[in-house]
Design a protein around this ligand. Structure first.
Ligand code: 6PG
Length: 238
């Protein structure tokens, strides 16, 4: 595990975009394409905007980039809560990525159906033997220690057979579709983006406290043969 501390959230966004460019070039050089899962929530927005800017977009071979999601809310793709909508507005509409390279979780068709469909889509793209090895998975962390839609006290935190889980999250009173630890821990690179003083206490527990994934699901992310990187701002490590 490696932690990079940035002075503020803008610097964090640029640091993350720099890692994206670097990892995309390496993956494309190595195997002709770059598979990346985007995180939801608000923290990734600044990174997405940076990636779509003149400073970064021309440095990515978007034709060979394939975008997936770590999780999705069970809402239509144009809904305010949709992780896809956020990514489309802050990144995808601003870069020349082919529509066929955008692999959306169609969570609006219903949680179980969407999970089954997405697992099939992952098998079709990555092959069927063993969990898919994405080149990069971006993750956020909630102030309760959740990541993707792996929330404290949910069985999905321990799911290693299925690749995509659908569950009703009591805390939210909402259904979510999420990649499971099987896929998160098969990735070649996992990058957490954590910013803000309100996450500092939890981040300290996750990084330095005892291993308790039921309470702190972010701790379950330990890529078996991949690199784990935490990009945090100064406020989150204060
Ligand atoms: C989601 C995300 C979730 C997010 C954290 C942090 O769908 O909400 O996948 O895991 O990364 O809740 O969210 P913020 O970046 O908004 O703090």
């Amino acid at each position: 595990m490696h932690v990079e501390v940035y002075p503020d959230s803008e610097a964090l966004a640029h640091g993350a975009a720099t890692h994206f460019v670097r990892l995309a070039a390496a993956a494309i050089a190595e195997h002709g394409r770059f598979s990346v899962a985007l995180a939801g929530g608000s923290t990734p927005e600044a990174m997405h905007r940076a990636l779509a800017s003149e400073a970064f977009a021309p440095r990515v071979d978007w034709e060979r980039v394939h975008v997936f999601w770590g999780d999705e809310r069970c809402v239509p793709p144009d809904h305010a809560e949709s992780n896809y909508r956020m990514a489309r507005e802050t990144l995808l509409d601003g870069v020349p990525i082919p529509a066929r390279n955008v692999h959306r979780m169609r969570a609006e068709i219903g949680p179980e159906a969407a999970a089954d469909e997405y697992e099939a889509a992952l098998r079709a793209f990555f092959g069927a033997d063993g969990p898919p090895r994405l080149d990069l998975i971006f993750l956020g962390m909630g102030d309760d220690g959740h990541t993707a839609s792996l929330f404290p006290g949910t069985a999905a935190v321990h799911e290693t057979a299925g690749w995509v889980a659908a569950h009703h999250v009591a805390k939210l009173g909402a259904w979510r579709v999420t990649l499971t630890p099987a896929v998160l821990n098969a990735a070649a690179n996992v990058i957490f983006l954590v910013a803000g003083a309100h996450k500092a206490a939890r981040l300290r527990e996750v990084l330095h406290g005892p291993y308790q994934p039921d309470a702190l699901p972010a701790q379950v992310v330990k890529p078996a043969a991949g690199r784990l990187l935490w990009l945090v701002d100064q406020a989150a490590v204060a």
